[in-house]
Design a binder for this molecule. Sequence first.
Ligand code: ADP
Length: 226
Amino acid sequence: MNAALELHLVNKIYPPPTTVTALRDVSLVVRAGETVAVTGPSGAGKTTLLSILGTLERPTSGVVRIAGTDTTDMSDHELSGVRAWHLGFVFQQFFLLEHLSVLDNVATGLLYRGVPAATRRARAGEVLEQVGLAGRLRHRPAQLSGGERQRVAIARALVGRPAVLLADEPTGNLDSATGGEIAALLAGLAGTTTVVLITHNAEVASTMARQVRLRDGRIVDDPGAS
Ligand code: ADP
């Protein structure tokens, strides 16, 4: 089996003064090309789990492997390299740069790859076509609908061809029809890109092949576990 992401007995305790235990003995293997929804009530640990999968937070104990490589002893610099080369991120807020065109917003996703500017833009154009925005390359973010903005953010996350796309409530700012379209776009990445998304929305969760449910920092339901 080819694992894209692996957590082994991960615990996360936020330090004092809060001292919250956000994850308890979480083990999770996500196979390459799998699509996974992480659900659960507010405070269950979903964002913490995604942050640890994305190497944005370190676990208090336990092991995190990205594409088979143990990240435990990596420096912050090495972890930022893992993010730049293997991971793409999408958030509820789109975090687009308002003064840049759609094309240049997506091209910024390759800034840390040492790719020449012309190649960055060419690759950005291709991935914008893939997400259905070939007709919007010269637009500014303010000239787009919410769904189109999220497509730009997804294109920016995909432009470096990451092995894994991590999405925190990607439909949270969208109406249900638009959110459904974005969920379908992400679900369509199955087989080529591993997708892990957090959602409160049962319909969005059902578009992913596997649903993992968290409660009080533990995985309480994971029918896809093997
Ligand atoms: P969810 O995404 O499911 O709502 P979170 O992962 O955001 O859950 O939070 C899990 C628990 O950890 C919550 O009790 C929250 O208050 C706490 N928590 C989250 N981030 C921090 C932090 N940076 N410092 C202290 N406690 C935190």
